[in-house]
Design a protein around this ligand. Structure first.
Ligand SMILES: CC(C)(COP(=O)(O)OP(=O)(O)OC[C@H]1O[C@@H](n2cnc3c(N)ncnc32)[C@H](O)[C@@H]1OP(=O)(O)O)[C@@H](O)C(=O)NCCC(=O)NCCS
Length: 126
């Protein structure tokens, strides 16, 4: 993702109901250049159609948000982003990728070879 992609990436995340629009672009702009950030986009015919936000901590790539353009689901865009993230995580000598998924998207992650290891995902709002 480059700075010029920020507007489109934010629109996708908001349209899919993943993020609130308020302050989103500033948030991504402030973290985009972190060396451990893997912020991915997929471009089709000059338009951004997919976005993934992931951060690597030395072991694991943590995916917080991932979405494709409304109406563009099930066209292998999500798969492309996961495959790129796998390549990047391998290149960093990482161990695995962890996602925070909605139940409705769990089937997608299963199709991408993610498994549920029996762990519980706990969140504390701050
Ligand atoms: C979930 C999401 C990122 C998947 O991306 P996508 O481009 O639609 O998925 P793909 O086309 O790459 O799907 C790859 C495989 O997963 C399967 N799949 C995709 N979405 C699925 C779903 N919701 N349930 C079950 N299986 C699914 C597809 O059938 C496909 O299998 P195939 O290759 O054998 O045909 C996208 O649909 C999306 O943005 N959804 C709304 C937001 C969301 O739920 N984000 C994830 C939680 S943060």
């Amino acid at each position: 993702m480059t700075r010029s992609d920020l507007g489109s990436a934010c629109r996708i995340l908001v349209d899919q109901g993943l993020c609130s629009a308020q302050g989103l672009e500033q948030r991504l702009s402030a973290t985009l250049d972190m060396t451990n950030a893997d912020y991915l986009v997929v471009e089709e015919d000059g338009a951004i159609v997919g976005v993934t936000l992931s951060v690597f901590d030395g072991f694991t790539s943590f995916v917080s948000y991932m979405g494709v353009d409304l109406g563009k689901e099930r066209q292998q865009i999500g798969r492309q982003m996961i495959e790129e993230l796998v390549r990047r995580t391998q290149a960093r000598d990482g161990k695995n990728i962890v996602v925070a998924s909605w139940l409705s998207a769990a089937g997608f992650y299963h199709a991408m070879e993610f498994r549920m290891p029996g762990a519980v995902f706990l969140v504390r709002e701050v």
